[in-house]
Design a protein around this ligand. Structure first.
Ligand SMILES: Cc1cc2nc3c(=O)[nH]c(=O)nc-3n(C[C@H](O)[C@H](O)[C@H](O)COP(=O)(O)OP(=O)(O)OC[C@H]3O[C@@H](n4cnc5c(N)ncnc54)[C@H](O)[C@@H]3O)c2cc1C
Length: 401
């Protein structure tokens, strides 16, 4: 159940999506071109700055509001939901690790939508094993020289301010993060190879060839790079991807319901109704998991397990539900003029970012076997929203039982 404020926000996003995004989907699908203009328009509406504190010009509306934005965008276009979340994600490192000076310099233009941030961690060889990265920064005078190749960076081609995590030393404490402008000498983002889904969203390579930056571009302390990477993916990324998956789930339910409703021959079939029931349950469970995690973050509660579960469950539910939707559409599902196949392709693209399902399961098992081994990232970076959101209904039930 959303508050009136969140319902209003959802209505604004829906109006934008219907008038600006939906008409452009055929072009995105056919050309695969990156929709720079749409992402800028979303930024101009303040949505990239939804979690930026009001003191820096942002909406200061927290993670539930962010989830509403990404969920609703993704109902219309998962590519645009993914693009919005990729830059919303880029805010985390500045908000949580930036100096006051860095926040004053970078957060206001992000909040205005004139500067799109990214976070660039992944490398081809190391993949999800962040500590395996090989890109480096070495000291030169008072500054640094960065070299390396990042892959699958969200908004790589359209981002203005890349947050790159690179090696400055050995071991887990040997990673450091830097802010690098897209037009700085030595920075390039090569054209993307074609991808199966999320067409219109740029997730590609970022090359750093002898890029000189001053020490004022370092974000966090030397050695904070792993924490910077995790603050982005654990705190923001998992929930964001869960919200994209939820949007796809809602779209799948609407499309499959409409398809069945118009066909008397199959409407009454038990197997078809069972699938629709399953898709509905997937939507409801994903909604509970995703919004519960968002509200927990906004209350400043330790909720790493909830964030993991939201991502794991919503993404796998979206993959399963879109498969059921495809089956239910029969051969019609294979037509690119019907959006069902797009939902299915887009859902497949959500598994790797912010940790594959294998990694999420591994993290959940680790905590189950050795509880409290790691201090939760959500507790480390807790930033309760003021005023705090109302307790979730399940909490109320627990108190009154
Ligand atoms: C749409 C999209 C957006 C993205 N956005 C960004 C971004 O903004 N910034 C960024 O830096 N990166 C981004 N990524 C990259 C993403 O973080 C990586 O894809 C992810 O970390 C996994 O790396 P990999 O794809 O190389 O797979 P690998 O890590 O090579 O994994 C390959 C396979 O091995 C399994 N595996 C690997 N290690 C383990 C393990 N320890 N235990 C169990 N199984 C394991 C995986 O589950 C998988 O099945 C994005 C990717 C996509 C698809």
């Amino acid at each position: 159940m959303l508050s009136d404020t969140h319902e209003d926000l959802r209505a604004q996003v829906r109006a934008f999506a219907e008038s600006e995004i939906t008409p452009r989907i055929p072009r995105m699908e056919n050309s695969g071109d990156i929709e720079t203009g749409l992402v800028k328009d979303m930024g101009a509406r303040g949505w990239i700055g939804v979690t930026i504190p009001t003191a820096y010009g942002g909406m200061g509306a927290g993670h539930e509001a962010k989830t509403v934005v990404v969920d609703e965008l993704s109902l219309h276009s998962a590519a645009m939901g993914a693009a919005a979340q990729a830059s919303i994600l880029g805010v985390a490192k500045i908000d949580h690790f930036g100096t006051e000076e860095q926040k004053r310099e970078w957060l206001p233009p992000i909040a205005e939508g004139t500067l799109l941030p990214t976070i660039a961690v992944t490398e081809a060889e190391s993949g999800g094993h962040v500590l395996g990265m090989a890109s480096t920064a070495r000291r030169k005078g008072r500054g640094w020289v960065l070299d390396g190749r990042k892959v699958f960076v969200g908004n790589s081609a359209i981002g203005h301010l890349h947050g790159v995590v690179v090696r400055t030393g050995e071991g887990p404490g040997g990673l450091t993060a830097f802010l690098v402008e897209h037009d700085r000498k030595g920075v390039s983002a090569p054209p993307h190879p074609p991808r199966i889904g999320l067409k219109g969203f740029s997730f590609g390579e970022l090359h750093l060839d002898a890029v000189h930056v001053s020490d004022s571009h370092r974000i966090g302390d030397i050695g904070d790079g792993l924490a910077v990477a995790y603050s982005s993916s654990v705190l923001y990324g998992r929930l964001n991807l869960g919200a994209v998956a939820l949007g796809i789930l809602r779209a799948t339910l609407a499309q499959t319901t409409a398809f069945i409703s118009g066909r008397d021959r199959i409407t009454g079939l038990g197997v078809v109704r069972d699938r629709l029931g399953d898709i509905t349950a997937h939507v409801k469970m994903a909604e509970l998991a995703v919004y519960h995690a968002a509200r927990s973050l906004d209350r400043g509660e330790p909720c790493d397990q909830d964030l993991i579960t939201a991502k794991l469950h919503a993404v796998e539910a979206a993959q399963h539900a879109t498969r059921l939707g495809m089956r239910t559409h029969g051969a019609t599902g294979l037509l690119t003029s019907v959006p069902m196949e797009r939902f299915h392709r887009d859902a497949l693209c959500l598994e790797p970012p912010a940790g594959t399902s294998d990694i999420q399961r591994h993290r959940l098992a680790e905590e189950a076997l050795t509880p409290g081994r790691h201090r939760p990232w959500s507790q480390r970076f807790a930033r309760p929203l003021t005023p705090a959101p109302a307790p979730a209904p399940d909490t109320l039930l627990a108190h009154t039982a």
